[in-house]
Write a protein that binds this ligand. Structure first.
Ligand code: PLP
Length: 389
């Protein structure tokens, strides 16, 4: 008898980790698996960043830092947000945390009371819905459909706003669809919510991985600046998933609450990691440019190849490193296809429903793998589909 608190049953998971575990088990049984399930760059952290982290450790910089992060790191982040996102901010509005995820959690804990409605992208990063439910909020899905380039349907968005809407979550470029919101989309969303007491969580973790156009942060719009919490971090842009470093940008008052949550949960993000972050943002950016070029080449190959497979159609994502093919015409359910591709074809993918109910009829493939492995995966998927539909 464990007497676990009721709230724990409200949490749900990221199935990428479950599929990874299943794939690893098959590998120990001698099966060859191509991994397209996990969402992390297949590149090494750039050497100058590793050196900066190691130098900090060797110099004894291994103790606690202030709970909201080193002033030096927050200043560099603020400067980066001004330069890169066009957001007028300063170090008092930055809270440094271990990875991007804590910003989601702290946003819900700080803003959402039981019964408050939160509009979130569906399909979308699964932790949004899990966190909303955990704090007793009401998740209101905002469908992202391929016939609309996985962008928000502004009319439907307008209809989903009620007096109980407390928070809207935006994620551009998006996991899992790779779709991006245009500047016009963001201006239209702003027009609808700017006169209301509604906050925005703007998840911009993929905003350096864009193939067409430039990112546009809702927080760069003066009326939205103090109502927006930006989530960003180092995991994707600098291939630093295991370093656990992210940050939020928010108004000074909210930053105090986020800092209090840090004091109560983590104390601070790792000190030497925060030093490495300074090098990441101020050092050479050529490795980021190289990585994005590789993701673009892979995206172009994978999308074209998928569109040549019967029953599959795939639109060209404009950012991130995922593709989200529509598999409805294969007449195979997404979860069944996910399991059969893994067990029978040796390709680990994720069913679209891992990202919410509107993901039914889709698969998510991560292009964070070598061209050679992507070619192998496509060959296997093609063979499997042709012999099963
Ligand atoms: N936001 C989105 C949309 C993501 O896809 C991810 C990770 O996959 C995160 C946030 C979390 O990033 P981190 O690993 O830095 O916590």
């Amino acid at each position: 008898m464990q007497n676990i608190a009721d709230r724990i049953s409200l949490l749900s998971t990221e199935s990428a980790f479950d599929v990874l575990a299943k794939a690893k088990k098959l590998e120990t049984q001698g099966k060859d698996i191509v991994h397209l399930e996990i969402g992390q760059p297949d590149f090494k952290t750039p050497q100058n960043i590793i050196d900066a982290g190691a130098r900090a450790m060797n110099e004894g910089f291994t103790g606690y830092t202030p709970a909201n992060g080193l002033l030096e790191t927050r200043e560099v982040i603020a400067d980066y947000c001004i330069r890169h996102k066009g957001v007028k901010t300063n170090a008092d509005e930055i809270v440094v945390v271990p990875g991007g995820k804590p910003i989601m959690f702290y946003t819900m804990l700080s803003l959402v009371n039981p019964g408050d409605e939160v509009i979130y992208p569906n399909p979308g990063f699964p932790i949004y819905e899990s966190n909303i439910k955990f704090v007793g909020g009401v998740p209101v899905p905002m469908p992202l459909l391929d016939e609309n380039d996985f962008r928000i349907d502004i009319e439907k968005f307008k209809e989903s706003i009620t007096d109980k809407t407390k928070l809207v979550i935006l994620n551009t470029p998006s996991n899992p669809t790779g779709g991006t919101l245009t500047k016009e989309d963001i201006l239209a969303i702003t027009d609808i919510i700017k006169s209301r007491d509604i906050y925005v969580l703007s998840d911009e973790i993929y905003d350096r991985i864009m193939f067409d156009g430039e990112p546009f942060s809702i927080a760069s719009i003066p009326e939205m600046k103090d109502k927006t919490i930006i989530l960003d971090g180092f995991s994707k842009t600098y291939a630093m998933t295991g370093w656990r470093l992210g940050y939020g940008v928010m108004n000074k008052e909210l930053a105090k609450h986020f800092t209090m949550l840090m004091v109560n949960s983590n104390s601070c993000a790792a000190s030497f990691t925060q030093k490495a972050a300074i090098e990441a943002l101020t050092g050479p950016q050529d490795t980021v440019v190289y990585m994005v070029e590789q993701f673009k080449k892979r995206r172009d190959y994978v999308v074209e190849a998928l569109n040549g497979i019967p029953g599959i159609s795939c639109i060209l994502p404009s950012g991130a490193f995922y593709v989200f093919p529509n598999i409805k015409n294969t007449n195979i359910n997404g979860k069944v296809l996910q399991d059969r591709l893994l067990e029978e074809a040796g390709v680990a993918t994720l069913a679209g429903t891992s990202f919410g109910s509107y993901g039914e009829g889709y698969l998510r493939l991560s292009c964070a793998n070598s061209m050679e492995n992507l070619e192998k995966a496509i060959e296997r998927i093609d063979k499997f589909i042709r012999s099963n539909i």
